[in-house]
Design a protein around this ligand. Structure first.
Ligand code: GRF
Length: 205
């Protein structure tokens, strides 16, 4: 059995995508394993999931500015990841823009999941944005992380029809179910060495 790829997950909140990744990684044939959870929030639900699943977790204070992170916190996260031999960093509801040493170290080895079909509806409240715009289909996107907000090359998308009477909550729930399939699939493809980035395009071999 080849050695498994080490994954760190960064999450600020509930942690359902973290849990989906952790459950997928428990499968015997998984090419990846989750070795670390990092959060910026001591109250994150993701911390309880990590405890239950016996995954090492760290809380890193990222500074008072909403959506931003200090360079010290970026450096600290980088150190934690390197010490655990992390090959891939997965953002799963991490509410700060990644910059600095962490991004430099993991360029091309960092993914994010977004609850809309990018490049539509970047940033916060993507499900609300989709409803307000009146699209008939939305969904989720797993993409590589670059310096921008939800701008990196797209790895996988899954489509969710928008119903006429949808509320933000209903739509978010159906999109979330697809997120839980898309993210483990993208991680598996990466861990199997099947993703090639050609400019903006991600080729799956
Ligand atoms: C998900 O909708 C994800 O797409 C977005 O933030 C939410 C995180 O949810 N980036 P959870 O913490 O994984 O449950």
């Amino acid at each position: 059995m080849p050695e498994k790829m080490n994954i760190a997950v960064l999450a600020s909140g509930r942690g359902s995508n973290f849990e989906a990744l952790a459950i997928a990684a428990l499968k015997e044939d998984s090419p990846a394993r989750i070795v670390l959870l990092i959060t910026d929030s001591p109250g994150a639900g993701a911390l309880r999931i990590a405890e239950r699943m016996a995954i090492e977790a760290r809380v890193v204070e990222c500074g008072p500015k909403r959506g931003a992170m200090t360079s010290e916190s970026s450096f600290t996260m980088r150190e934690f990841c390197i010490r655990k031999g992390v090959n891939l960093v997965c953002l799963a509801g991490f509410m700060r823009i990644i910059k600095g040493p962490l991004l430099d170290e993991f360029a091309g080895r960092m993914m994010n999941i977004h609850p809309a079909l990018l490049p539509s509806f970047k940033g916060l409240d993507a499900q609300r944005q989709a409803l307000d715009f009146g699209v008939k289909y939305s969904g989720c996107t797993v993409h590589f992380v670059d310096g921008g907000i939800d701008t990196g090359p797209i790895i996988i998308q899954r489509i969710v029809p928008v119903k006429q009477d949808d509320t933000e909550e209903n739509l978010a729930t159906r999109i979330l179910a697809e997120e839980h399939k898309a993210y483990p699939e993208a991680v598996r493809l990466f861990a199997e060495g099947r993703l090639y980035v050609d400019g903006r395009r991600v080729i799956i071999r």
